[in-house]
Every structure is written in C-alpha cells, then in structure tokens.
Design a protein around this ligand. Structure first.
Ligand SMILES: Cc1cc2nc3c(=O)[nH]c(=O)nc-3n(C[C@H](O)[C@H](O)[C@H](O)COP(=O)(O)O)c2cc1C
Length: 212
C-alpha cells in the first residue's frame, strides 16, 4: 500500500485521489434563480440522497480552488432558497458537461448547453425538460465546510415534487431501473453509464441468526 497524510497534500491532489476512489457519483444538474430572475444551471457530483422522511438530498458547490470565489449556484440559493435537481442520463451528459463551463454570472447555461427550460409547478427555477427525473426542492440549510479554496458548502434540499418520465414507471408505478440509462462521475474526466448489461440484482439477506 502507498499511504498519504492529507495534511501533507495539495488540495488538488486530495481532490484528485478521493474523486477516483469515491466513485461512481450520481450527478445533480441543479437549476437555480437569483432574485433578479436570472436562471443558472450547473452539475454537481458531490451529491446524494440522505433522508426519505423528510426527503432530503445534499449537494456541494465548492469554493473555486483557483481564486477561492463561490459558485453562482450557491449565491443564487442564498438569494432564492429553491432549486430543481435534474437527474442526468446518457442522452444529456454531453450538454451537462457544456453547462459546467465557467460562464460569467447571469449567463443562463440552459441556452449555452442547448437544454430546454420547463416551468416548475411550485418553485421559480425551471426544470430541464430533457432530464428523466426532476426534483423540485426547497432549501432547508446551507452548511459551509470551510472558508478556503476547495471548501465545500453542503446544500440540504428537501424534495417537494418528483417528476418521472412516463417510461420509467411500470403500470403499477414501480420504477424500471434498466430504463433510466443513468451516468455517473468518477475521477478526472471519467464517467460511467448504467447499461442493462451492467446491472445485477442482489436480494436482501434472509434475517436468520448465523450458524457456526
Ligand atoms: C459532472 C460534473 C460534476 C461536477 N461536480 C461538482 C461538484 O460536486 N462541486 C463543484 O463545486 N463543482 C462541480 N463541478 C463543476 C461545476 O459544475 C462548475 O464549477 C460550474 O461552472 C459551476 O457553475 P456555477 O458557478 O454557475 O454554479 C462539476 C462539473 C461536472 C461536469
């Protein structure tokens, strides 16, 4: 084994090593709006589901390592505490990557990436029409993890409305996993795609005491 103390590493090296190891990570394509009505759209792979009751997702726009500035997504949420988490499938991943470019504040990445705005039902930020699952969320809390370059900001987003594309649910309302065609981020420029061939089912163990 090669072992490393994070206190002796650069932020870039810590980021790179952990991103390769803690993978694959799902991608939240987050739409937000500022108080003047400017829409923003950016992807975040520091993202997951952490509670079902209440239903809470967390994602983290970090401070830019380059100049320690904060991302527009965080700034918008501090003005209007709402967001849509749009789930990313293989069909939109190239456009999602385009939306991650560092555009000046006020630029709407829907237009830059070629994705389509769809009005939300309950909140101001629009959904991404091409996304297979769209989650309308109210922000519960923002937790800064530091004030230096690379510091994360945990955004606790409570899911209020879940929109599923029709073909993702069977007649009884059960999600059909193989139809989602999800992608996820790994280290560096690597991504992975959840194809039907890559899926396997693992039933939960039967809850019986272990025999010696
Ligand atoms: C797939 C993908 C995942 C990303 N995940 C994150 C992330 O979790 N946290 C982060 O700060 N930046 C992440 N980025 C970079 C941001 O999307 C990028 O900095 C973006 O310009 C931020 O936009 P904003 O300033 O408009 O919020 C990711 C980029 C891509 C392509």
């Amino acid at each position: 084994m090669k072992s490393f103390e994070t206190k002796d590493m650069s932020t870039g090296q810590v980021h790179n090593y952990l991103q390769h190891a803690i993978a694959p990570r799902p991608i939240a394509l987050v739409s937000t709006i500022d108080k003047a009505g400017n829409v923003n759209l950016s992807p975040f792979s520091f993202f997951n589901l952490f509670s079902a009751n209440p239903p809470v997702c967390v994602f983290s726009p970090s401070r830019r390592v380059r100049d320690n500035t904060t991302k527009h997504t965080l700034e918008n949420i501090q003005e209007v505490a709402e967001c849509v988490i749009n789930i990313v499938d293989h069909n939109i991943v190239y456009k999602v990557n385009q939306a991650s470019a560092e555009y000046p504040k006020g630029v709407n990445e829907f237009y830059e990436s070629g994705l389509t705005e769809l009005a939300s039902i309950h909140i101001k930020p629009p959904r991404v029409a091409e996304s297979p699952v769209q989650l309308e969320c109210i922000i519960k809390q923002v937790i800064p993890l530091g004030d230096g370059p690379g510091a994360g900001n945990l955004i606790l987003a409570e899911v209020k409305t879940i929109h599923f594309r029709d073909d993702l649910l069977d007649d009884s309302g059960q999600p059909i996993q193989k139809n989602f065609d999800l992608v996820a981020r790994l280290g560096g420029d690597w991504y992975t795609r959840v194809t039907p061939e890559s899926l396997f089912a693992l039933p939960k163990p039967i809850n019986e005491p272990l025999t010696q």
